[in-house]
Ligand binder design. Structure first.
Ligand code: FAD
Ligand code: UDP
Length: 383
């Protein structure tokens, strides 16, 4: 079997699955291994038996991209239904639209105050612009300073502390920049040209991507059962392997935590069933200032064709510390120290000429699904 394999891929998430498909179409024989008992990586979803709803087991996944090639790729393997995600933030017990935009002003302030703030924001930044909360906080004009502090206090500081264990200033500014203050009336969570979810779910999409005669999959198989790296050479089942190895897992695990585990943030996912048709008015409600969880997502809002009447299922996300081999490494940490620690592993990996690092964990980046698909396309076309 080994002599037949051109490429070994570790991980059956988007990074692994898209690479496998593209290589298989080029005629390569690909072996994909994943330590989990399912394909799809963190996008894995399934039907919940009690409610009939389609639930995302590792947190809510909404597909959005500006890249037509990426959209064409997913649309080729799944029927994508248009879905524009809406998020509300619980601010002092009221639900307000997020990202914070001109509409949100009217939801949280009396009309006259909101109107003044709208004028101030549009005059200062221009209609249609996005401003990060950290940039808004630099404003010296008293009313804008008040607004910046209000949004910072009510939306960002405590959510970020919960999510990362760090304040907005102590983490890379790209993190809070993902949710800018918008100087327009667009209350959608994402503004990308293409937005949607696979009608029959992500797992079905992955089944279709991986359905190719040249792809063989081994589940419940940690890389360490198959792959070994010694003296910068790769070995599969104990024999030297000169084909390509695409590794999409945590790079620290690949090198046996030689330079200590990298820091990540983990999340405890708690699902709850309720005997009513709907639990909340939006797909996701964020709780910046109360409770230990960050947000609640109700799946019936996302996959509308699934779910029984008068019963619903929600997901609460509780950020927790990451412990190697105990909790899931969901989010690479975005601090200077963490990035420096990653660089050491990266330098070691570069010495292994046939090893390719790809994906959110292996590259230690805050990639969305579309970023990963684009990365995989780019990588495979360069091979
Ligand atoms: P993963 O999906 O993590 O796949 C890696 C796979 O490798 C896993 O299956 C894992 O089991 C396997 N693996 C790891 N190590 C080993 C090993 N040693 N041996 C064998 N197998 C191994 N993106 C969006 O675009 N929209 C969203 O709404 C969105 N929501 C998100 C919500 C949450 C809570 C999280 C955590 C992420 C979200 N993302 C979202 C990001 C999205 O999950 C990632 O971009 C995408 O899953 C990354 O794909 P990947 O293949 O790099 O990694
Ligand atoms: N954020 C926040 N309050 C919110 C939503 C987001 O402070 O109500 C900050 C927080 O630091 C978070 C980041 O913005 O980690 C990015 O949010 P996003 O919703 O993109 O996070 P993800 O869906 O990737 O967990």
């Amino acid at each position: 079997m080994l002599q037949d394999i051109d490429t070994l891929i570790v991980g059956a998430g988007f990074a692994g699955a898209v690479s496998a498909r593209l290589l298989a179409e080029k005629g390569e024989k690909v072996l994909v291994v994943d330590k989990r008992n399912h394909i799809g990586g963190n996008c894995f979803d399934k039907i919940d038996f009690a409610t009939g709803a389609l639930i995302h087991m590792y947190g809510p996944h909404l597909f959005h991209t500006d890249n037509p090639e990426v959209w064409d790729f997913v649309s080729h393997f799944a029927d994508m239904e248009v879905y524009e995600h809406r998020v509300k933030a619980n601010i002092d017990g009221k639900l307000a639209s997020l990202p914070f935009n001109l509409e949100t002003l009217y939801e949280v302030f009396p009309n006259t105050v909101a109107m003044e703030m709208e004028i101030m924001l549009t005059e200062s930044f221009g209609y249609g612009e996005n401003v990060t909360i950290l940039d808004l906080k630099k404003q010296k004009e008293p009313q804008l300073e008040f607004l910046a502090n209000y949004i910072y206090d009510k939306v960002f500081v405590n959510y970020t502390m919960k999510q990362w264990g760090l304040g907005p200033e102590d983490i890379d500014k790209e993190v809070t920049a993902r949710v800018p203050v918008r100087i327009n009336r667009d209350s959608r969570y994402f503004t990308d040209r293409y937005q949607g979810v696979p009608i029959y779910g992500y797992t079905k999409l992955f089944e279709n991507i991986l359905d190719h005669d040249n792809i063989h999959i081994l589940l419940n198989t940690p890389a360490s059962d198959v792959l070994e790296i010694k003296s910068n050479k790769t070995y599969i089942f104990g024999k030297e392997f000169k084909g390509k190895v695409i590794y999409t897992g945590g790079i620290d695990a690949l090198f046996n935590y030689e330079y200590k585990p990298l820091p990540y943030r983990s999340v405890f996912m708690e699902f709850e069933v309720f005997g009513k048709d709907r639990y909340q008015e939006a797909a996701t409600v964020n709780y910046p200032n109360n409770f230990d969880f960050t947000r609640i997502t109700e799946f019936k809002h996302i996959h509308k064709t699934f779910g029984k009447k008068d019963v619903t299922i929600i997901l609460k996300e509780y950020p927790i510390a990451y412990e190697a081999n105990k909790t899931e490494p969901y989010y690479p940490m975005f601090t200077k120290e963490a990035k420096a620690a990653y660089k050491k592993y990266e330098a070691k990996a570069k010495k292994v000429k046939n090893l390719i690092l790809l994906g959110r964990l292996a590259e230690y980046k805050y990639y969305d699904m579309d970023d990963i698909i684009a990365r995989a396309m780019e990588k495979v076309s360069s091979l």
